[in-house]
Write a protein that binds this ligand. Structure first.
Ligand SMILES: [Mg+2]
Length: 401
């Protein structure tokens, strides 16, 4: 589905004249030429930032999110999905980066120390209230409140479980697949993921090799990257079921709520996972209502930033569905770990059945690269949202201007 990616990012840096030297950084990950379109969308939001009072924005991040999402002329381009919505995500995330740096806290900790009332004020419940009300959200957050301190300490001591997609790319030889599977186990990962959907006989062979290489104690998920129609997905997964599949990810179009639900029924008990291309909170609401997914995959740079991902985390908690974030790309691991850790401490209160995706490349370009070892993400302690790239990398790789 993505045969020629050219990993890119539309990158945003917010400066102020506060004199503290702090900047807010955010980006939208893209896979090539779309990056120019994405950058133009971010520029279209300039009037919402330039000349504004920074404290006013940072003190009311819920209001700022609504202001951007409800810019009626730009809203026409979505609404609440696609290029414009992702651009809003970059701006919102950059402002959260600035807020976290000013607070001297990593984003996950800043969020996890807010009161339940402050957290729900970040969320726009419009269109969600048939599935999640403000009162529901408060109940979820208050239930998690007593255990926050204990879980924060546990997270800082033991990290958050990771899984690796490194072994499973289509196009690797069988020998390389087996070698990387063994290395993943040796590196302490409890789960790996294989790309599927090219050729069913190849997938059966690769799954058998992977299962033999990792043994029965390691979970293996598969990812079809939207390749199939509904019936094809069910038939294909029927061939892979014998290998004890942890989940099938993106079996079909990310917009197909009822198609995912049909696949989920057709391949039960294999879980269906999706979300990395889900346009926003309303789509996630429907997926949860329809039983379309049983693993929810948020992405830090797909929806309109931290606020919307908090709404999605609350929806998942309401429906009792585990969140296993999508990552990889450029900087997505650095960014999304903060949301998973916030969820663990202050929302779901659980890491049961939850893992953050990990792909081991391009981390060297970030000011605070992920720290992953022994199969876990170690909690970042540097202030900010993790999205800041090194100035030297930005300079070396900036394209166009
Ligand atoms: Mg995927």
């Amino acid at each position: 589905m993505n045969p020629d990616p050219d990993y890119s990012a539309a990158y945003l840096r917010v400066e102020t004249d506060a004199g503290d030297g702090l900047e807010g950084h955010g980006f939208v990950f893209t896979i090539g030429r779309g990056n120019d379109v994405q950058a133009a969308a971010i520029r279209a939001l300039t009037p919402h930032l330039v000349g504004r009072d920074v404290e006013g924005i940072l003190d009311d991040m819920g209001g700022f999110w609504r202001e951007l999402v409800w810019d009626s002329q730009l809203r026409w381009l979505g609404p609440e999905k696609g290029v414009m919505h992702m651009a809003i995500g970059a701006v919102v995330n950059a402002m959260w980066d600035l807020k976290a740096k000013r607070a001297g806290l990593p984003l996950w900790q800043l969020l996890a120390r807010m009161t339940p009332e402050e957290i729900v004020d970040l969320v726009d419940f419009r269109y969600l209230s048939d599935a999640l009300t403000r009162e529901d959200a408060l109940r979820i957050l208050r239930a998690a409140e007593p255990g926050r301190g204990e879980r924060e300490a546990r997270l800082l001591a033991g990290g958050y479980p990771a899984y690796t997609t490194t072994p499973g790319w289509l196009g690797y030889s069988d020998e390389k697949l087996v070698r990387l599977c063994r290395e993943a186990v040796a590196d302490g990962f409890g789960m790996i993921k294989l790309k599927v959907g090219g050729n069913v006989e190849d997938d059966v062979r690769r799954m058998r090799l992977a299962r033999e290489a990792v043994g029965s104690g390691i979970r293996i998920a598969v990812d079809a990257n939207q390749r199939w129609d509904v019936d094809e997905a069910i038939a294909w997964m029927g061939r892979l079921a014998e290998f004890d599949v942890a989940w099938i990810e993106e079996p079909t179009s990310p917009d197909d709520v009822l198609g995912h639900a049909a696949i989920a029924r057709g391949i039960a008990p294999i879980p269906v996972a999706t979300g990395e291309h889900s346009g926003g909170r309303v789509m996630f609401k429907q997926m949860l209502q329809a039983g379309s997914l049983s693993v929810l995959q948020i992405d830090a740079a797909r929806v309109a930033g931290v606020n919307e991902n908090i709404a999605i985390l609350l929806l998942a908690a309401k429906f009792g569905v585990p969140v296993c974030p999508h990552a990889g790309g450029v900087g997505l691991c650095e960014a999304v770990q903060h949301l998973a850790m916030f969820d663990f401490v202050a929302v779901s209160g659980s890491a049961e059945g939850r893992v953050i995706e990990y792909v081991d490349h391009l981390h060297e370009h970030f000011v605070t690269p992920t720290s992953v070892s022994d199969g876990v993400y170690h909690a970042p302690t540097t202030p900010g949202n993790g999205m800041e790239m090194l100035a030297s990398s930005r300079k070396e790789y900036t394209f166009h201007d």
